[in-house]
Design a binder for this molecule. Structure first.
Ligand code: NAD
Length: 345
């Protein structure tokens, strides 16, 4: 056994109703004037949550993959503030991170999806169809509030794909070159919690126990993501999102089973830790499909010509992966994901 484990700082406030502790958490950080960022759909929620706070500026324009122009507007608005609050999923957190990267403002994140970005020091920005990502401890949120009641409004379809996005973090953490024993425990527990929660959420989106389990799993998955180096799956989704503007969670859902079918034979420890039976790839494919997820990248908007673009880009840049990625294997994997067929090893 040989590993390096770094525990990241951060305060997590978890539980039904914890959104009402926001003012207390802001005060705890000594923040006097907050820039509030969210996607347009969370503008009302952000206004409601910040109503008790005396001094806020709302910027409800977060979108996926964080275009540089959007980040620049938020950075300009941050003038005179001493903290940034994100209300929403990965897009809102991503915009807060873009602000923190430039200004060093501390971030408080109220998380409303299962994307997990609030637990990572990873930022992303997109310009001219090219997404750049990096790590910077400055962008790791200082305080995260997870209130499962805020996720009840997440439509079942997006709950499933967002949950699959979280499962992808944990699966790739399990075979990451820098996975430590603690991270492996965290990732395995997140898979258990999310896989059990998703069918219950689809059956009853208002089931607070299921919502709590999924959000708990998402927190753990984000923690695993923030502690490790991601591999082929995240590389492909990053290219598909940045270059073709494909929807984030849905893309992760369609790609994950195929990457796992390819990678798990080379990583028996990850296969075992997932605890999803003899064929985790097919199990996750069947789970997502049975819960109504779209499994075809074509249906998500990828043009057929995009297959070779993504394959070429993925083969050009080196990254960690438990199994060497050959041109043939990658083309087969991408074609299966494009068509939405069941994964093949
Ligand atoms: P998102 O934040 O764009 O949210 C998806 C949609 O759901 C939006 O329309 C949003 O308004 C809506 N929504 C959010 N919460 C809701 C709720 N509770 N009820 C109803 N609607 C709700 O999508 P996402 O999947 O959470 O995040 C995707 C983005 O996050 C991508 O840009 C991705 O690259 C980034 N990301 C970054 C990291 C990282 O570590 N840096 C990790 C994961 C994701």
């Amino acid at each position: 056994m040989k590993f390096v484990h770094e525990t990241r700082p951060g305060r997590v406030v978890f539980g039904a109703g914890t959104r009402h502790q926001l003012a207390e958490e802001v005060e705890r950080l000594g923040v006097k004037r907050l820039l509030v960022v969210c996607a347009p759909g969370q503008a009302d929620l952000a206004a409601e949550l910040t109503a008790p706070l005396p001094n806020t500026v709302l910027h409800p324009h977060a979108v996926m993959h964080i275009p540089v122009s959007t980040a620049e507007k938020a950075i300009a608005l941050s003038e005179g503030t001493d903290g940034c609050l994100s209300v929403g999923g990965g897009s809102a957190v991503g915009l807060a991170k873009a602000v923190a990267k430039e200004t060093g403002l501390p971030i408080i994140a109220v998380a409303t999806t299962y994307a997990g970005s609030e637990m990572t020091p990873v930022w992303g920005l997109t310009a001219n169809g090219h997404k750049t990502t990096g790590r910077d401890p400055k962008v790791l949120p200082t305080t995260v509030i997870y209130d499962p009641e805020l996720t009840v409004s997440l439509p079942p379809g997006l709950s499933v794909t967002s949950g699959m996005n979280a499962l992808a973090h944990s699966a790739e953490a399990l075979y990451a070159p820098d996975c430590s024993p603690i991270t492996a425990l965290v990732a395995a527990e997140s898979v258990r919690a999310i896989a059990s929660a998703l069918p219950r959420i689809v059956e009853n989106p208002r089931d607070l126990d299921a919502r709590s389990d999924a959000l708990y799993g998402a927190w753990l998955a984000g923690t695993a993501l923030g502690s490790t180096t991601m591999s082929l799956h995240h590389k492909l989704c990053h290219l598909l999102g940045g270059t073709f503007d494909l929807p984030h969670a849905e893309t992760h859902t369609a790609v994950l089973p195929h990457v796992l079918a390819f990678n798990l034979p080379a990583s028996p420890a990850a296969h075992a830790a997932l605890n999803l039976g003899p064929d985790p790839a097919t199990r996750l494919y069947d789970l997502a499909r049975s819960l109504g997820a779209e499994m075809s990248l074509k249906a998500l908007g990828l043009p057929e010509t995009g297959l070779s673009t993504v394959a070429d880009q993925a083969l050009a840049a080196p990254y960690a992966n438990p199994r060497p990625v050959t041109t043939d294997a990658l083309q087969t994997l991408l074609r299966n994901a494009f068509l939405g067929t069941a994964p093949t090893a």
